[in-house]
Design a protein around this ligand. Structure first.
Ligand SMILES: [Zn+2]
Length: 311
């Protein structure tokens, strides 16, 4: 029913129990896509966990060992802000495998959507803010190692700055990073992305789009990536508990649609990952993520990749 794959695994759940991060959202999004007949079972692709070799393209052996053996220090667990569990480790290795698969699907089909991932606060040697493994960086490094792409762009629309992404790709001319986020919000330390769009508190749909779209257009024109990896945060939503921007559900879907269209009209494939979403009602977060898939479907119809590639 959709001309691309949604990548999902039932063990995406981070096993957090009662926590501000609604880790059941992954399952709820997959169920909503089926219930609303946006996607059929055949549209789903099931990822394998990323290999340790792939994880180590981004992360230090020490951090990988600590995660696999459950030997994080108390301060490392505090920075991570979620409880450590075996299920968490399995889920983030799967999320990284999912982002690799979504990126590979995107190169083939024009779009590929991981229904997890976007763990943009993870650094090579530690985790932060609910993010233990940087799935998007792992996927980009894997595709580069395979020779599938040379240059990638990350467009991060989570309400929180993509600090891990910025740190990992700092001084790397092969990856262009854009982060649009609320300036007065987590994380306190924001290493520079290639382009940082620091939004003021309570910025609305118009202010947000007025900053984002011209920046994306300029970056795509100048950098010409072979893949755009979209980190589609649901937390710029006006009713988010951890955000301070005022975007509407309609504005968020328009955001996704416009960014996808800018890439696809230039013949650039798009892979997506979820990132944060902490709306008071979990169904709002689920709806915003589902709308990202609807936006991709709309743009896929509008700009078929083969035609775009052929000019
Ligand atoms: Zn966030």
């Amino acid at each position: 029913m959709i001309p691309f794959k949604v990548v999902y695994h039932e063990q995406y759940d981070l096993n957090l129990g009662a926590h501000v991060f609604p880790s059941q959202k992954f399952r709820l999004i997959a169920e909503a896509l089926l219930a609303d007949k946006v996607a059929s079972k055949e549209d789903f692709a099931r990822p394998a966990a990323a290999s340790d070799e792939d994880i180590l393209r981004v992360h230090t052996p020490e951090w990988v060992r600590k995660l696999k053996t459950g030997t994080l220090t108390a301060s490392e667990v505090m920075l991570l802000e979620i409880p450590y569990s075996r299920e968490l480790v399995e889920a983030v290795w799967l999320a990284a495998g999912g982002s690799i698969l979504a990126a590979q699907c995107a190169l083939r089909d024009g779009f590929g959507a991981n229904l997890s991932g976007g763990f943009h606060h993870a650094y090579p040697d530690h985790g932060e803010g609910f993010c233990a493994i940087h799935d998007v960086a792992v996927a980009i490094r894997r595709l580069q190692a395979d020779g599938a792409i040379k240059k990638a762009m990350v467009v991060d629309t989570d309400v929180h700055h993509g600090n891990g992404t910025a740190a990992i790709f700092l001084n790397d001319p092969s990856v262009f990073t854009i982060s649009i986020h609320q300036e007065n919000n987590y994380p306190a330390h924001k290493p520079p992305s290639t382009v940082d769009l620091h939004m003021m508190d309570r910025a609305d749909d118009d202010e947000y789009m007025g900053a984002l779209i011209p920046a994306v257009q300029k970056a795509l024109e100048e950098f010409r990536p072979e893949l755009l990896f979209y980190v589609g945060g649901a937390d710029p939503f006006c009713e988010d508990q951890l955000g301070g921007l005022l975007l509407t559900k309609k504005g968020l879907m328009e955001r996704d649609r416009r960014v996808f269209a800018e890439a696809r009209k230039r013949g650039i494939p798009v892979a997506t990952a979820l990132a944060g979403g902490y709306a008071r009602r979990v169904e709002d977060t689920v709806r915003i993520h589902v709308n990202t898939i609807l936006a991709a479907r709309e743009v896929a119809g509008e700009f078929p990749l083969k035609a775009a590639r052929g000019g």
